[in-house]
Write a protein that binds this ligand. Structure first.
Ligand code: GTP
Ligand code: MG
Length: 176
């Protein structure tokens, strides 16, 4: 059993990524006549569960909207790993991401726990989206020296890169 927290700005793709892993871990149901409910902006947070590589994941899928970011810190204590989702197509807000990220990483509860963090440079399917290398530079990720981290380019709409990122995190969690 592991608990993870999924953070990042609104509209970056957090809920879409989690929906992918829930779908992948659930027993295929009989073909449904209705399409799955559309993914809408998260209000507050949503608690989700799925299995991956023999781990039982409990996920706090937080809303990234400005007015809800205050909630994030209440969940640091009980988390074993962080997933940070970047909208790699949203260059305008990289400065906001950088500010939020460093404020999260400097929080006391996270300073004490050297939990691993995986970044998804999401929306790689969009033309002109930043590469992982460009995200590293824009966010100053090379400054993260007190914990293991990784960054993976992904597309939550076609599933690319998602397994690679979660596999890395699962490996880290198993080592701990
Ligand atoms: N093109 C593209 N669109 C994506 C991708 N991932 C998510 N989206 C779209 O981006 C929008 C926001 O996705 P969400 O999963 O709701 O984003 P979120 O990070 O959960 O947003 P909040 O809950 O508001 O914090 C939706 O319209 C998704 O379909 C991606 O990899 N590529
Ligand atoms: Mg969401």
């Amino acid at each position: 059993r592991v608990s993870i927290l999924i953070l990042g700005l609104d509209n970056s793709g957090k809920t879409t990524i989690i929906a992918h892993f829930i779908r992948a871990s659930s027993v295929p149901a009989a073909p449904s006549p209705t399409s799955p409910p559309p993914i809408v902006p998260t209000v507050g947070f949503s608690l989700e569960k799925f299995d991956y590589e023999n781990l039982n994941f409990t996920v706090f899928d937080m809303s990234g909207q400005g007015r809800y970011r205050e909630l994030w810190k209440h969940y640091y204590d009980d988390t074993d790993g962080l997933v940070w989702v970047l909208d790699a197509g949203d260059k305008e807000r990289m400065a906001v991401v950088r500010e939020e990220l460093w404020s999260v990483l400097s929080h006391k509860a996270l300073q004490q726990k050297k939990i691993p963090i995986v970044f998804f440079a999401n929306k790689m399917d969009l033309e002109g989206s930043l590469t992982p290398q460009e995200c590293i530079a824009a966010l100053g990720l090379e400054e993260i020296r007190d914990r293991n981290w990784n960054i993976v380019a992904s597309s939550a709409v076609n599933g690319e890169g998602l397994n690679r990122g979660l596999e890395w995190l699962a490996g880290q969690l198993k080592e701990r």
